[in-house]
Structure formats: structure tokens, C-alpha cells
Design a protein around this ligand. Structure first.
Ligand code: SAM
Length: 589
């Protein structure tokens, strides 16, 4: 290199993660919606606009009274009863988790029927236990039960069924833990999840009568101790929860460090809660069983992989039963959001079990149906802590679905490393896959670059820290022009800036000089080669390990995921080298 400035060899640290680590506010810090939200960077039509589009294109039956010929035709379309259909009359303990969830939704005002009724289309979805996308297992998912049209609302889940920050605040206020109102949203929601999950577990052990209001939802959540590669129980298998043996398969990948940092951060958050709120209220937070470090990690894993931050109201972070069964497709434009309720949901004993509850309560003069063993903190219907029923969570379909097609939403435009870190899977055909490249002025060799001081001062004026690396994502088919501009800037020589009063006058948005262009291109190629050399295996070896069925059969799920991730990163680095060199040659370099 002909200048003293160069690409830094600082280890990769994903910018997004670092913002997150600073504040724990994943989505807000990223400036994007997290788990669910699609179309990052693109204008998002409001739910009202989508609803209007849906109404405009809605089939006639959507507007009609729920009887007549059309009703009969729809009746024929009905698929056979499946596990996900609410099994009338059975108690929730006898039902499969999916059926119990559907029954609970129906009891709480969600329209789950197969036939249309006043102003309501038939419920369009069913829960499938083992789904796949592109041949890869996705765990549970939602399938279309009938044809679903573009723009149609696929489901509506009332906000009063969701776990939100507001619910956590009200819940812990009633438990006499006012400090919870002052902690971060994620910490409050994780604590609520652990508290409710302990009620569920105690009910399972016969230690209390009702358990949690969210019992059927909690039963559906993946667990840390569910066996990997199991088809019935779903394991929570996010990268940052992997053991060191599995992480070692990611040597060379930036994701390895990201996983360790995230786990350390969560562990520190736990230590903070343990020495603060939890230890001050031992009667609420049992740190020997319900609020252990392992369970705290589980709760954060659930929040990262399932909680939704609503695009229309970035303040609302929610665990949304049922909606969080939709799997991700990077090709989907659908996302979940919140809107004013289209139905008058009400807390009233209108459904069978509630009517029974209310009747029994009335007969026993307010004894709430004779719940003899209600444990402290047990709220059978949790009505006084739930959100008001004036809003609902919806997702509008971005395409047509045929019966039994799996429906998808987008969790956002995420790289494979982000998908593995926060969701536990890698997408083979992910157009948003990227590898971050770190570049900086090399401060340890200032004597070689007479312009180094000026360059550092200039970066500082631009609001950047010259001692910190700048990170840019490399995609398979593109990289940001800002990366080239930074490299041109880093490699400016005195000849390049001759005649310019200050560095600002040098236009790095286009080639500055032949030598500068050669140096900056070479720096990028060298950085990619260095990143490739950090992996202990080549892309060909990874391909072979996955393609050879005998070798692949010897690998565990996590080993396969690790190989798929690092192979996808190497492909990007290879393609970047080829593209940069081609571009340089085409410009006559
Ligand atoms: C919001 S949940 C979706 C429901 C989930 N499949 C379940 O069994 O409960 C997100 C999780 O689903 C799985 N998932 C979602 N989309 C996937 C995909 N395209 N491929 C593989 N797994 C996927 C991942 O395990 C992820 O952590």
C-alpha cells in the first residue's frame, strides 16, 4: 500500500448489535422494526390503507349476510377438521397445545369459525405442527385453510390477549413491585413472561388452580430443554444460546463474537435484576426456581424471536399469541401491525366457559366460581391487568394463498447472521444476507501517513470517532458506495490533496486518482481475503460437507447451521472480490 492508512484489522463487531448492547432496545436502536416488521426502508402502507384495499378487492361474501348460496359454496371448501380447530366441549387440559390455543382464542373473542357470519369472513388459518420452507424445517407454522386473497387480513388478535409493557406494569404494581415501571421494556416483559410461566408450571404440578391466563399460549412456546432435531417439541435454539462446542464451528465468522457478546450482555442484565428488583421482592421473584439465569435467557430468547414492535406504534412491544406462529420468508412483504379493532371485543362472560364462571360466581355470591385454591398473583382472566380491547394485531396478505399453503410474513431484512443469532435459522436464498466489513484509519502506523492527523480531524468533524472502525455491509450483489468512498478517503496521499485547502474539498464520490483508486480497491480485496482466511475451512469444503449425505448425517443440527452460515458469508466475500476486480478492470485499472 502506498499510504500509511489501511484497513483496520480490528475484529468484526456488528454495528447493529453494538447499538443494541448499549440500550437493550433492539428495534429502536436499529431504527428498524425487529422481529416481525417487513419492508425496512420502504414506505409501509398503513393498516387502514391495507384494510381499504382489502375491502375494495374483497369477494362478495365479505359484504354479504352469512347465508345463501355463497355460504353453501364456502361450506364445501371447508377442509376436514384438524388439530388446530377448537374442539368444542373438551377441557383445555385434554386438548393438544394447538387446539387449546385455538379454543382459548375463540373464548376470548377471536373469530375462529369455518363459516362466515355478520361482517366476518371464515377464519382462514390452521396451525401446523411441523412446517418447512425451502425444504428446511421451521417448527410450527400457520397454513391457509381456504383461499386467501392479496390484501386480505389473515388474522386479527385483540390486543387484550397480548403481553405488553402495560400489562407488565399493571401486573407488578398489583404485586407491589412498583420499581418494575422504571426498568427497560424488554426486562419488564421478560419478568412478566417468567412470572406467568411459573404460574403455568405450578398449575401443571397441581400447586394452584388456574395457573396463568396465558396458559394455552405459554404451552406453545419453544423450550431450552426440548431435544434438538425433535419433530414434536420445539427447541429454542438461537445462536447466542449455543454452547461453546457448537459455537466453535463458527470460527472465523463475525457471528461468533456477536453471539458471545449478546450472551454476556443478557447475563449482565440478569445480574442487575438479581441484585436490584428481584432481590428486593423475594416473595414475587423466586430466584431459585422461576427467575434463574437459565430461565432469564429463555425469556430473552422468546422475546428476540417472537416479540413484535408495531410499525404503526413503535412504543408497543408485544408478545402476540397466535400471530407469533407465522414463519419468516425474506420474500414476503407482509408484516404484522396494530390497528383499531374491527370487532367489538369485550370483557364479558359471553362465551361458554366464562358464562359458566360468571354463573358459578353469581350463585356463590361473588366467590368467582368457587376457585378455592387461587394462588397469590393468580388472576384467572387477568382482566384488570390486560390491555383494553380497542386495538387488534393484524397481518394483511401480500399474495394469494391456496388451501394448505403455509403463510409467511417478513421479520425484516435480516442477514443470515442476524437470523441465526435472534431466530435460530439460516435462509438459503436470502437476498438480504450480508457480511459486515470493518474499515478504519490505521492509527498504529501514523508515521507512514503524513495526512493522518488531518484525516482524523476530518472524521471527527463529521461526527465519527476516528479510533473506531466504520462498518459497512457487503451483500452478494452489491456493497455500499460509502465503503468505496471511505477507502478512497483513507488512501488519499499528499499528491491527491495538493491544491485543496482542506480535505472536504476532495471529492471522494468519484475516483480521485489512478493510484488512489488502485490502493482503495486493493484494500477492499485484501480485507475480503483476510476475512476468508480467518475461516478454518474453504467454501468448497463446506459445500462438500453439506452435499455429501454421509458426512451431513454425522453433523448435528447446529453444526449444519454453522456450516451453512459460514458458507453463505464466504460466498459474499468471494463475490465481492470478483465484483470489485471486475469493476476496476472495466474502468481501465
Ligand atoms: C415467531 S416464531 C414462528 C413460529 C415457530 N416456528 C414455532 O414453532 O413456534 C419464530 C421461529 O420460527 C422459526 N422460523 C421462522 N421462520 C423460519 C424459516 N423460514 N426457516 C426456519 N425456521 C423458521 C425459527 O425457529 C424462529 O425462531
Amino acid at each position: 500500500m502506498d499510504s500509511g492508512t489501511a484497513l483496520s484489522d480490528t475484529p468484526y463487531r456488528p454495528a447493529a448489535l453494538f447499538c443494541f448492547l448499549d440500550s437493550l432496545q433492539v428495534a429502536r436502536a436499529w431504527g428498524v422494526r425487529p422481529a416481525w416488521a417487513g419492508s425496512r426502508g420502504r414506505p409501509v402502507p398503513s393498516p387502514a390503507r391495507r384494510a381499504a384495499r382489502w375491502r375494495a378487492t374483497a369477494p362478495a361474501w365479505r359484504m354479504q349476510l352469512p347465508f345463501g348460496k355463497l355460504q353453501l359454496r364456502l361450506g364445501r371448501l371447508r377442509p376436514p377438521k384438524r388439530e388446530g380447530d377448537a374442539a368444542a366441549g373438551a377441557s383445555s387440559a385434554e386438548l393438544s397445545p394447538a387446539a387449546a390455543l385455538c379454543a382459548w382464542l375463540a373464548e376470548n373473542g377471536v373469530y375462529m369459525e369455518d363459516r362466515s357470519t355478520w361482517g366476518k369472513a371464515p377464519h382462514g388459518l390452521l396451525i401446523a405442527d411441523g412446517t418447512t420452507d425451502d425444504g428446511e424445517p421451521c417448527g410450527r407454522g400457520l397454513l391457509a385453510k381456504r383461499e386467501i386473497r392479496t390484501g386480505e387480513s389473515m388474522f386479527e388478535v385483540p390486543l387484550h390477549l397480548c403481553m405488553t409493557r402495560g400489562v407488565a406494569d399493571r401486573r407488578f404494581e398489583r404485586l407491589d413491585v412498583p420499581e418494575m415501571a422504571g426498568v427497560d421494556d424488554y426486562l419488564a416483559l421478560a419478568s412478566l413472561l417468567l412470572y406467568e410461566d411459573e404460574l403455568r408450571a405450578r398449575r401443571g404440578r397441581g400447586e394452584c388452580q388456574h395457573g396463568s391466563f396465558w396458559d394455552p399460549y405459554l404451552r406453545m412456546l419453544p423450550r431450552l430443554d426440548a431435544p434438538l432435531d425433535s419433530s414434536d417439541a420445539s427447541p429454542l435454539n438461537l445462536l447466542w444460546l449455543w454452547g461453546e462446542d457448537d459455537l466453535a464451528w463458527l470460527e472465523g465468522s463475525p457471528a461468533l463474537m456477536a453471539a458471545r457478546l449478546l450472551r454476556d450482555k443478557i447475563d449482565r442484565e440478569y445480574a442487575g435484576m438479581l441484585s436490584g428488583v428481584y432481590s428486593r421482592h423475594p416473595q414475587v421473584f423466586d430466584t431459585d426456581s422461576a427467575f434463574t439465569l437459565e430461565k432469564f435467557r429463555w425469556a430473552f430468547g422468546i422475546l428476540f424471536s417472537r416479540a413484535a414492535l408495531m410499525p404503526s406504534d413503535a412504543q408497543t412491544l408485544a408478545l402476540v399469541p397466535y400471530a407469533d406462529l407465522v414463519n419468516h420468508s425474506p420474500f414476503s412483504d407482509a408484516y404484522i401491525d396494530m390497528q383499531s379493532s374491527s370487532t367489538r371485543y369485550a370483557f364479558r362472560p359471553a362465551w361458554k366457559s366464562r358464562r359458566h364462571h360468571w354463573l358459578a360466581g353469581a350463585l356463590l355470591r361473588g366467590d368467582r366460581g368457587g376457585d378455592h385454591r387461587a394462588a397469590p398473583g393468580e388472576y384467572p382472566n387477568a382482566e384488570d391487568v390486560r390491555e383494553p380491547p380497542d386495538r387488534e394485531i393484524v397481518a394483511y396478505s401480500d399474495r394469494e394463498y391456496n388451501p394448505l399453503d403455509q403463510i409467511f410474513v417478513s421479520y425484516g431484512q435480516k442477514s443470515n447472521a442476524e437470523l441465526l443469532l435472534f431466530y435460530g435459522f439460516v435462509s438459503e436464498r436470502n437476498p438480504y444476507n450480508s457480511v459486515d466489513m470493518s474499515v478504519s484509519l490505521q492509527t498504529h502506523a501514523p508515521q507512514n501517513d503524513p495526512l493522518l492527523e488531518r484525516k482524523m480531524a476530518f472524521l471527527q468533524e463529521c461526527g465519527r470517532d476516528p479510533h473506531q472502525p466504520e462498518r459497512f455491509p457487503l451483500f452478494a450483489d452489491r456493497y455500499p458506495m460509502e465503503l468505496r468512498q471511505f477507502l478512497r478517503f483513507a488512501h488519499l496521499t499528499e499528491d491527491d490533496v495538493a491544491g485543496a485547502a482542506d480535505l472536504e474539498q476532495v471529492d471522494v464520490t468519484r475516483p480521485v486518482s489512478a493510484a488512489n483508486e488502485r490502493a482503495s480497491v486493493q484494500a477492499l480485496v485484501d480485507a475480503c481475503r483476510k476475512a476468508l482466511a480467518a475461516y478454518p475451512t474453504s467454501a468448497d469444503e463446506d459445500d462438500l460437507a453439506l452435499a455429501d449425505s454421509q458426512m451431513a448425517a454425522l453433523l448435528t443440527l447446529n453444526q449444519r447451521l454453522a456450516i451453512r452460515l459460514r458458507r453463505s458469508e464466504k460466498r459474499i466475500l468471494d463475490k465481492t472480490i470478483a465484483a470489485v476486480q471486475r469493476e476496476f478492470r472495466m474502468r481501465g485499472g
